[in-house]
Design a protein around this ligand. Sequence first.
Ligand SMILES: *Cc1c(COP(=O)(O)O)cnc(C)c1O
Length: 393
Amino acid sequence: MTDDRNTRTNLVHGGTRRSQYNEVSEAIFLTQGFVYDSAEAAEARFLESGPDEFIYARYGNPTVAMFEERIATLEGTEAAFATASGMAAVSGALTSMLSAGDHVVAARALFGSCLYVLEEILTRFGVEVTFVDGTDLDQWRAAIRRDTKVVFFETIANPTLEVVDIEAVASLAHAVGAQVVVDNVFATPVFSRAIEQGADVVVYSATKHIDGQGRALGGVILGRRDYIRGTVEPYMKHTGGSMSPFTAWIMLKGLETIDLRVRAQAASALALADALQGHAKLTRVIYPGHPSHKQHDLVARQMGKGGTVLSLELSGGKNAAFEFLNGLGIILISNNLGDAKSIITHPATTTHQRLPDDQKAALGITSGLVRLSVGLEDTGDLIGDVLQALQAV
Ligand SMILES: *Cc1c(COP(=O)(O)O)cnc(C)c1O
């Protein structure tokens, strides 16, 4: 219905459902249930609920449905299911389609909770998981078998910002009939073309760029209608990880500005990466959108832009990294990303603290590495803040 409109227009108007009051801003339907005109109507609704009919908020809700339709239009998928958090989306997308005996191939560089779901939970229910270096196509080729059911990876890995080639991995997976599930947070819904590049399912933590203002946890699973309605929805509505109507309203409003925000943040991230090239206190400046990134051609082909996060490695190890963080005046020490506020974290002692040292080393998470999520502050102020804090190290 909104197919002929362009993205910016859909982000403001897509999926809107108005009540009898014709409100401008989307209504928050804070209700757990819906009244039926008669016992017969209740019976009919339970037999088969139509697209605009609701039964119970765990199954669906008008505000949540507005968010689902708007984000599906942005991603270019037939359908979406909104979840209580990004992890509810990751675990729901995978668990709903896997059974004991199935084989999964996943990239090793994963968000800690994603790794836990694959390594500790799915394996307990008899799913076999093989981990590979996501950037090495030979490893994918060797690990994907005739009985592989699902391939899972983060399109840009946290915090080393290595990029997985969606088209290449998807063609290996599809050759054996496996489904490609991607966690696309770092690529952002604005720069993603994952579906046209071969992903079957795209998952977001809406907590990041979709809210973009650090207010609420949320997530979304996007894919074909038969998968979302036939596989994800029954799993989610019976296990309870649905998004609340209030959160859906926050995320809807986030979508209205996501294109402007993420493009501005990515432009600042690129300017920072440029300004920090060759800095004496840094051994690495990693930004996928900068020509110095070792996979810059792939980034240009896959997303066009480099996202909103860059990673820096200080030559002085942990002490230097801590001095740098403590010397920042504008950029906040915290572990969210995609926020309007610039946020910095030291992965080795926070988000990736629990990884054994050899795994940290294998993933490139050194003691001097910091991850910077670039916000909406003035670009010059951000560059100034980073430079003064580096100088003081
Ligand atoms: C934050 C994040 C998640 C988890 O999302 P929550 O909303 O915190 O549950 C999953 N994957 C990636 C890549 C993330 O950055």
